[in-house]
Design a protein around this ligand. Structure first.
Ligand code: ADP
Ligand code: MG
Length: 678
């Protein structure tokens, strides 16, 4: 057995109690212990007071210049201040809850002190006295849990390192080590635990980041390959001119990007492997047509297709557009609405089972237990990246092997896409149809509503239409619906000459359809709605989007809502009515007015929120990374991904001794790889 796989207790000084404490950190073996890294370092090297930055944590030295002043708050809290002349700067040092310093320090003393520097006040907050700062200038701080002490952990790591520093083998391929000039594994391990200076620490971290990301990407590539090769799909064949003549029937040519992603999709469908693809394209980039073409190909190859969406409104809309698009092509389009009558539903279900419906639209009810297909060949899910994992499971459990395409307009930054969807192929529409104008976005205070109403009136006079959105927060749907009703009444009263429609989730199905229909056909000028129209709704004549209480929405949602306008050739406008109290609220409003590019927006969203929150709720599928940060280390991620792809495809990786340790590390992480499929 590899010595590093021995339990921690084999290190002298680590006993049963320590073993228990370490287990709380998921540290069981010596290897676990050696590769448990600090999350930050306290820098105790002495700096010059006239050179440090605002808010930096620093260690300074100087002569005490004033009598310490001590004040007590409550029973135990105290604050002691004194001035210290450091490098010609008179710094005010503030010590919390260390009243004993009053007795220990007097004017004229030389002190070394550490804390957070406030450049504006020339103060060091939360200071501590640091004696003998020269040795151990950087002190590692580890993530801790339970009753484990930082000093004990440091001691145990040092003991383990002392004993086993020569047992740490290199696992990375020699080419990578050379190409990226990486520190050895042992060296990196040493520098991370016992750093001498920042530059070595950075090198060490860079090495471990690459190792972690390479292993992670190798794992993903193998999963993906397995998913591909073990999934038996059907190689679909359809008459040659099917897609070309469909495209020729459209009033516009596809954009280059649409054509490219359509080709990628059709190639997958023709292959014997099962398609497992994510199609991302910004709002309004024209994903529906691409889906329609793929569904047509599936039908003409003798299969059925399903188009699933998150809302009834959108399902209805897709049903209408597919019906129109396929006119005269002999495609039977069906619709399964949650709100339709039982008898109607039964009939649709029967037709699906008998193969009398070629393409069905509906919500996720479409893949529920009760629905049987005659021969389901392609499932497209629109606007639903969040549920991907779950749906794939449902389909698999039903024993169905259709090609699967997920479409999303929430552009996922590339680094997240290849992380969370590493087992899928990704196609991206990165081009808008020609002739689109940038949506002008304004952020205004809510009390400007009367002026906004005037503006809408002018737009309607030009023949345009407007949306007015009020928030729907799930916890209180009733209140929010009331909100929509009130706002609708206000608009009706203020603009009696215009027709104002009302839409919210509590309306009965047929009524929703009626309102949507009236808006789509131009009979309603203003649609006051909750966020039920957030995704997918396509009424190109609408040119104004007013979002009430815009600060209550996240960036992705605001972008989706804004995407309801600007879908035609007219100039469109988005007005955010908001008076945010929070900094992040103001930042979101500002970002919205600065960019209409969904990718840029999602990048900034990711920056603001971090990857965990990015998917709305914690969507699993994101890896637990120890040293790497998929946002900050995205370049390394790209590199690791390319390297991993090359490795798994090379014979050498599977055969050569040189890769043995890397393969072993991988199988420790990814489970048994002996079932590799060729
Ligand atoms: P999304 O990607 O948001 O789902 P849609 O598929 O709803 O976008 O398309 C938005 C609008 O753009 C629709 O009215 C559609 O007919 C139109 N459209 C799609 N592709 C093109 C194109 N290549 N040229 C011009 N208009 C297009
Ligand atoms: Mg769409």
């Amino acid at each position: 057995m590899n010595v590093l796989e021995q339990p921690v207790t084999s290190v002298k000084g680590i006993g049963g109690k320590a073993e228990e404490q370490l287990a709380q950190l998921n540290i069981y073996t010596i290897e676990d212990l050696l590769f448990y890294f600090p999350f930050r370092y306290d820098d105790f090297s002495i700096r010059r007071a006239d050179e440090v930055q605002h808010e930096e944590r620093v260690t300074l030295q100087g002569t005490v210049h004033s009598e310490p002043e001590l004040r007590f708050y409550g029973r135990k809290k105290s604050r002691l201040t004194l001035r210290i002349l450091s490098d010609g700067v008179l710094v005010q040092a503030v010590f919390f809850n260390q009243p004993f310093l009053k007795r220990q320090i007097s004017p004229g003393d030389y002190v070394i002190y550490h804390g957070k520097f406030d450049k504006h006040r020339l103060a060091v907050q939360g200071a501590i006295i640091k004696s003998g700062a020269a040795e151990g200038a950087f002190e590692p701080v580890y993530p801790l849990k339970g009753d484990i002490k930082l000093t004990s952990l440091r001691k145990w790591i040092a003991a383990a390192y002392e004993l086993h520093q020569h047992d740490i083998p290199e696992i990375l391929p020699a080419q990578a080590m050379e190409k990226y000039r990486l520190l050895s594994r042992a060296e990196a391990c040493r520098s991370l635990h016992f750093p001498e200076d920042m530059s070595v620490f950075k090198q060490a971290k860079r090495r471990m980041v690459y190792e972690e990301l390479l292993l992670f990407q190798l794992k993903m590539q193998l999963f993906r390959r397995k998913a591909r090769e073990s999934s038996e799909g059907t190689a679909k064949v359809w008459p040659d001119d099917t897609v070309t003549s469909f495209l020729a029937s459209l009033p516009f040519p596809l954009t280059g990007a649409q054509q490219r992603v359509l080709d990628e999709i059709l190639t997958d469908m023709k292959s014997p492997f099962r398609m497992n693809r994510l199609l991302q394209g910004d709002v309004g980039s024209g994903k529906t047509i691409v889906a329609a073409a793929a569904l047509l190909a599936a039908v003409k190859s003798g299969n059925q297709g399903a188009l699933m969406v998150p809302t009834e409104i959108l399902a209805e809309q897709h049903f209408d557009s597919l019906t129109k698009l396929y006119e005269g092509m002999g495609v039977r389009v069906g619709h399964l609405a949650g709100s339709s009558r039982a008898a109607e539903k039964r009939e649709v279900l029967q037709q699906l089972k008998d193969g009398e419906i070629d393409v069905i639209t509906g919500t996720h009810a479409l893949i529920q237990d009760t629905v049987d297909f005659f021969r389901l060949g392609l499932v497209i899910t629109d606007e639903q990246h969040r549920f991907g994992v779950q749906q794939r499971r449902v389909l698999r459990e039903k024993g169905m092997n259709p090609d699967v395409l997920f479409m999303t307009a929430t552009p996922i930054p590339r680094t997240l896409a290849i992380t969370a969807f590493g087992d899928m192929d990704v196609s991206t529409i990165d081009e808008m149809p020609a002739g689109r104008k940038q949506i002008e976005t304004y952020w205004a205070k809510p009390d400007t509503l009367p002026r906004v109403m005037q503006f809408i009136q002018k737009e309607v006079a030009k023949g345009r239409q407007a949306y007015v959105i009020c928030p729907l927060i799930e916890e209180s749907e009733v209140l929010d619906v009331q909100n929509a009703i009130d706002l609708h009444a206000r608009f009706q009263a203020a603009l009696p000459d215009l027709t104002t429609g009302l839409m919210h989730g509590r309306l009965p199905g047929p009524e929703k359809e009626e309102v949507m229909q009236a808006f789509a056909s131009g009979n309603v000028d203003i649609l006051v709605s909750t966020t039920v129209v957030e995704v997918g709704v396509n009424v190109p004549n609408a040119s104004v989007m007013v979002i009430y209480d815009a600060n209550r929405f996240g960036l992705a949602q605001l972008h989706q809502l804004r995407g309801r306008v600007g879908r035609g050739s007219e100039q469109s406008y988005c007005i955010l009515l908001a008076d945010p109290k929070s900094e992040s609220g103001r930042e979101r409003m500002a970002i919205m007015t600065e960019t209409t590019d969904g990718f840029e927006l999602s990048r900034r969203d990711l920056e603001m929120r971090g990857p965990g929150d990015f998917f709305g709720y914690k969507q699993s599928g994101l890896p637990q990374l120890k040293v790497a940060d998929i946002v900050e280390d995205y370049r390394a991620l790209e590199t690791a991904r390319e390297d991993a792809a090359r490795l798994v495809q090379s014979e050498a990786f599977w055969q050569n001794e040189q890769y043995l340790l890397l393969r072993e590390a991988l199988s420790r992480q990814a489970g048994d790889l002996s079932q590799r499929i060729d």
